[in-house]
Design a protein around this ligand. Structure first.
Ligand SMILES: Cc1cc2nc3c(=O)[nH]c(=O)nc-3n(C[C@H](O)[C@H](O)[C@H](O)COP(=O)(O)OP(=O)(O)OC[C@H]3O[C@@H](n4cnc5c(N)ncnc54)[C@H](O)[C@@H]3O)c2cc1C
Length: 471
């Protein structure tokens, strides 16, 4: 019950245009959108009642609103709504662990607001883990509701595969519990994969958790001249390799090829990593190889780029002020040699920049298969059959480089189009045609019906091209 609700008014920490710290509160992670028209209000919700009040207040006053958690929306929509309201849930970060009789954590109720690094540290302290994304400040809200994958997803599935229930504030301000069975099971299905900004505001998740100890974190580098053989071998090996290996291959315009990942297993099995990587490393000897047995939380810190001891060539510099454009697509059949050649040509012909950004332009091959491939009728995730996801990442610092980088990202995706399909909703992309069908595939018609049922007035609206349309 909403105890704070008297009339619809904003509650929580409310900032208005002109207030100290207001401007900072309107900035998303992608600095390329920092000059977009700002909102007029930002409310940092402290509980579900604040969320409910914000929705009711906005509706009563005909003020457009958007929902925001970790601010990582690639196209910046979650931080921009001209003259409108941002409903920010990032301060809903609390956790309650449920344990079995012997004290083992079985599941956790988790506020939606956590960033990935904080959440993985907090879970680790209670003896639990989730296959979280590798961007340190990515929000649990956006990540889990778009699917969410991390280094242990081939072993355990996606983040959304771990959701047992969600608390959701609906368009009418009502707080409901959505579960795979029961009254809100259709909503549950839709939220798990298409939930970002479309149907309601998730304020907390009940998730089953995993238990991990140690892993072998690996960073392996190859010289550029093996590009075609390596990509070909990797794509035939990776998606079907042992599920305990999770990794991605980064092909960068600075001429480096690196595979970063982890082998997660019981301590007495960790030595197997050499044998399991051999199908790749034997025929194509690496130029550099680093294998470290570490607690899994330490591996997560490495991927988040927070370990000072990490070799500089492997650092994921996810700067808090990054200008970038990204695109994605899924590969379901191995790329033919011609496709791999095109990939290399794109990288070889990437624009020369006036000023080098902290990250080189790159293409990442994010390995799927394993548990990710298993159908899950409880959620709407499409593209589970993918071997891997291609992510095209362009960065710049100097405004003179922006156009060239944007064109490079778009043309890279298009040049591979013949052999790819779909796009990952976590990597929202303004340049693609019919985004919802790309993100959701065959799930889209049912998602549109569910949108009509729960949000017929389309108040959860952030963009006419990307939103799930009202059916
Ligand atoms: C550096 C970086 C690294 C990344 N690494 C990975 C990775 O390893 N794996 C992966 O799967 N993805 C990854 N991503 C993608 C990331 O998961 C998505 O961009 C995700 O949508 C970001 O969520 P957010 O909460 O941070 O962003 P926000 O911009 O706050 O939200 C994203 C969308 O979700 C909606 N939303 C957020 N919270 C809620 C909520 N509680 N209820 C309803 N709607 C909500 C917003 O309205 C918005 O539409 C990465 C992104 C970046 C920038």
């Amino acid at each position: 019950m909403n105890t704070k609700r008297k009339t619809a008014e904003l509650t929580g920490l409310v900032l208005r245009a002109g207030d100290p710290n207001f401007e900072q509160s309107t900035k998303g992670f992608n600095a390329a959108h920092h000059d977009n028209e700002p909102p007029r209000y930002v409310v940092f919700c402290q509980d579900s009642d604040d969320v409910s009040n914000a929705i009711l207040w906005a509706r009563e006053n005909s003020i457009p609103f958007r929902v925001r958690c970790g601010r990582h929306d690639y196209e910046g929509y979650s931080s921009t709504v001209p003259d409108g309201l941002i409903i920010d849930v990032s301060e809903l970060s609390w956790m309650k662990v449920h344990r079995s009789a012997d004290g083992t954590p079985e599941s956790a109720e988790i506020g939606t607001g956590f960033g990935m690094l904080d959440l993985s540290e907090k879970l680790w302290r209670v003896g639990a883990s989730l296959p979280l994304a590798t961007g340190a400040s990515v929000g649990l809200g956006g990540c889990a509701l778009g699917g969410g994958f991390g280094p242990t997803s081939r072993l355990f599935g996606l983040v959304c595969d771990h959701i047992l229930a969600m608390d959701v504030v609906l368009a009418n301000g009502e707080l409901v519990r959505s579960e795979p069975e029961g009254e809100y099971s259709d909503l549950f299905w839709a939220l798990c994969g298409a939930g970002g900004g479309n149907f309601g505001v998730v304020t907390s998740f009940h998730m089953r958790v995993q238990h991990l100890r140690n892993c072998v974190a690996f960073i392996i580098g190859w010289p550029w001249h093996v590009f075609e053989d390596l990509v070909d071998r990797w794509q035939h090996w990776g998606p079907d390799c042992d599920n305990r290996i999770g990794m991605h291959l980064s092909l960068k315009t600075d001429g480096t090829i690196t595979m970063v990942g982890q082998f997660t297993a019981d301590d007495h099995e960790l030595h197997q990593v050499h044998r399991l990587l051999a199908p790749l490393t034997d025929p194509l000897p690496p130029a550099a190889i680093s294998l470290n047995t570490v607690p899994c939380v330490e591996a997560a810190r490495l991927f988040y780029g927070v370990d000072q001891r990490k070799p500089s060539w492997a650092v994921h510099t996810h700067s808090e002020k990054q200008l970038y454009k990204a695109a994605s697509s899924f590969v379901t059949e191995p790329l033919p040699r011609e496709g791999i050649r095109r990939l290399r040509e794109q990288l070889d012909n990437a624009p020369a920049l006036h000023v080098d950004p902290s990250q080189p332009i790159m293409v990442q091959l994010l390995c799927a298969g394993g548990e990710i491939r298993k159908p899950n009728p409880k959620n709407c995730i499409a593209h589970r059959d993918a071997l891997y996801c291609l992510q095209f990442d362009g960065f710049w610092t100097d405004p003179r480089d922006e156009q060239g980088v944007r064109q490079w990202v778009a043309s890279s995706r298009l040049r591979l189009d013949t052999w790819t399909k779909g796009a990952y909703v976590g990597y929202l992309d303004d340049d693609i045609e019919k985004p919802p069908s790309k993100y959701y595939g065959e799930s889209l018609p049912k998602l549109m019906e569910i949108k009509k049922k729960y949000d017929p007035d389309n108040v959860f609206f952030f963009n006419e091209r990307h939103n799930v349309p009202v059916g």
